[in-house]
Design a protein around this ligand. Structure first.
Ligand code: HSE
Length: 306
């Protein structure tokens, strides 16, 4: 089968936003590209993040997702050459695995003649990834509130009412989500659960209305951060530095170890303060990123034939 080469571009995401554990996720303007070209045989190469460390054989997440999508659609995929241009740091709480899975599911769907709806793609990837809070914004863009109706993901997209800068402090070390979930208790006091419900609703409303002053208290979390922060040296110091430098607030990005802060007009000062605090109290080196909110989610672009 012949087809025109194409690229699937998928954004990084920051999940939870403090209190919205497993519920809120925001798409960011940092992207992984998955390029797909016709070929005599299927092969995959990786550039950037994960090059040399991620597998390129059939145990690669992209090729495994191609197989799942092909089984779901009941059709075989043609042989292809895949190039992953990865820019989202791995195992840092920025949605790298969700981005890879979303890009692969969309690419497979295109190759199969688009038999799957966007909702079926969401469901396929959530089943694989386990959590909708990274997957849904990677697919849709903006801030996405997500949950489950039975086994089915339910989502609502909010395009922020006003521009906001997202500042990320990305430590050098990796932290697997599974490890960050193991340190959490299996039950929490009702007062903590209530505080998180209140703050999650306020955070979603802050983005919907553009009243970001709500974030000054709504990022406070009692469900996961108090237990996870032992895994991220410098956690308290970096969050305090971000606020002192003018951020509305800061939180663990996804399961960490990246820390995320939100600022309207002082992102450089916030990034500098976070980096200084991490350098003093953290563990190893780090980098900072200043990003915008991605509003489009995953997109497919044609490539020139080569
Ligand atoms: N919400 C997940 C967690 C990470 O904090 O463990 C993103 O899916």
């Amino acid at each position: 089968m012949s087809f025109e080469p194409f690229r699937v571009r998928v954004p990084a995401t920051t999940a939870n936003l403090g209190a919205g554990f497993d519920c809120l996720g925001l798409a960011l303007t940092l992207y992984n590209d998955l390029e797909v070209h016709p070929s005599g045989m299927t092969k995959l190469a990786i550039e950037g993040e994960g090059a040399g460390s991620l597998p390129t054989d059939e145990s690669n997440l992209v090729l495994m997702t191609f197989q799942k999508a092909s089984q779901l659609a009941g059709e075989d995929l043609p042989p292809i050459r895949v190039l992953c241009r990865n820019r989202i740091p791995l195992a840092r709480g920025m949605g790298s695995s969700a981005a890879v899975l979303v890009s692969a599911a969309i690419a497979a769907n295109r190759l199969l003649g688009e038999p799957l709806t966007k909702h079926q793609i969401l469901q396929l990837v959530v089943n694989e990834e386990g959590h909708s809070d990274n997957v849904a914004p990677a697919l849709l863009g903006g801030l996405v509130v997500s949950g489950l109706r039975g086994e089915e993901p339910v989502t609502h997209q909010i395009i922020p009412g006003r521009e906001l800068k997202i500042v990320l402090l990305v430590p050098e070390f990796h932290l697997e989500t599974s490890k960050a979930r193991q340190v959490m208790p299996s039950s929490v006091p009702l007062t903590d659960a209530v505080a998180n419900i209140q703050n999650t609703a306020l955070t979603a409303l802050a983005f919907a209305s553009g009243d970001y002053s709500l974030l000054e208290s709504s990022l406070d979390d009692r469900l996961h951060q108090p237990y996870r922060k032992v895994l991220v040296p410098g956690f308290d110091a970096v969050l305090a530095a971000a606020k002192a430098a003018g951020a509305y607030g800061a939180a663990l990005s996804g399961a960490g170890p990246t820390l995320v802060a939100f600022s309207l007009d002082r992102p450089e000062a916030v990034a500098k303060a976070m980096e200084a605090a991490y350098t003093k109290e953290g563990d190893g080196s780090c980098k900072t990123l200043i990003l915008d909110v991605d509003k489009e989610g995953a997109v497919v672009e044609e490539l020139d034939s080569q």
